[in-house]
Design a protein. Structure first.
Length: 221
C-alpha cells in the first residue's frame, strides 16, 4: 500500500505507537516514517559493532526487515527505538559471529562519513571547514579504537544522547555497568585522541594562508 501524508487532528506528529498500530493494520507505507526517524541512530549503533560500511548497510536492511516482521510482538512497555536498537544489536552480533566462524578477516580500518557530528562552525573559510573535518576524522578514529563494549556505550550515551536508563535497557546491562563503561570509554578516548594529535601536524600554513601571502608579496614587488 502506498504511503500517504497524514496530519492528525491535533496537528502533532504521529507517535511511534501510532505508526506501529497503523502499519500492523495494513498501512505498510507508513513504515518509512519509523525508518527515517531512526536511521541515523540505528546506523551509529550498528557501526559501533561493525566497521565495514557495506556490512553495516546489509545489517541495517536486515534489522528493518526483521523489525517489520515482528511489529506485532512490539509492546508499548518498551520505547520503540530501544526495541529497534536491540534487534539491530542482535543482527550486528550475529554478523560478527558468522564472520568469525567462517574465518573471514574483520576489517577495522574502513571509514565512513557521518559517524560523529561536530557543532557547525558556520564559517565560510575553507580552512575552517577542513579543520572541522579533520577534527571529526580524528574523533571517529579514536572512537573506533575503543573496545567494543566501551564504544557502544559511548555512542549511545554521548553521541545519541540516550539516558543511562535507556542505554542500560538497550544493552540489557545494569545502570551502574553503563556508568563504569562510559567512564572507562572517556578515559581511553582521551588517551587515543592525545596519541592521534601527537602524530599530526599543528600550526600548518595552509593553502589559503599561502595564497594570501604570495598575492600580497607579488603586489609589493
Amino acid at each position: 500500500m502506498e504511503a500517504r501524508k497524514f496530519q492528525p487532528r491535533t496537528g502533532s506528529p504521529l507517535t511511534d505507537q501510532d505508526v506501529v498500530a497503523r502499519v500492523i493494520s495494513g498501512e505498510k507505507g507508513l513504515y518509512e516514517i519509523l525508518m527515517r526517524r531512526y536511521n541515523q541512530r540505528l546506523y551509529r549503533i550498528v557501526r559501533s559493532y561493525v566497521l565495514d560500511e557495506a556490512d553495516v548497510q546489509d545489517i541495517l536492511q536486515d534489522t528493518y526487515v526483521k523489525a517489520y516482521e515482528r511489529l506485532f510482538q512490539y509492546r508499548r512497555e518498551a520505547a520503540f527505538p530501544t526495541w529497534l536498537i536491540r534487534i539491530g544489536i542482535n543482527e550486528a552480533l550475529q554478523h560478527l559471529k558468522r564472520r568469525r566462524s567462517s574465518g573471514r578477516h574483520i576489517d577495522r580500518d574502513t571509514r565512513s562519513e557521518g559517524l560523529v557530528q561536530l557543532p557547525d562552525t558556520k564559517m565560510s573559510d575553507p580552512e575552517a571547514r577542513a579543520i572541522q573535518r579533520e577534527d571529526r576524522a580524528l574523533l571517529e578514529r579514536a572512537i573506533d579504537s575503543l573496545p567494543e563494549p566501551y564504544r557502544v556505550v559511548y555512542m549511545l550515551r554521548e553521541v545519541e544522547g540516550l539516558s543511562v536508563t535507556e542505554v542500560a535497557g538497550a544493552l540489557d546491562i545494569s545502570e551502574s555497568n553503563v556508568k563504569v563503561r562510559l567512564h572507562r570509554a572517556k578515559a581511553r578516548l582521551k588517551e587515543a585522541l592525545f596519541e592521534l594529535h601527537a602524530g599530526s601536524e599543528v600550526f600548518t600554513f595552509g593553502n589559503a594562508h599561502c595564497d594570501r601571502l604570495v598575492a600580497a608579496v607579488m603586489e609589493r614587488i
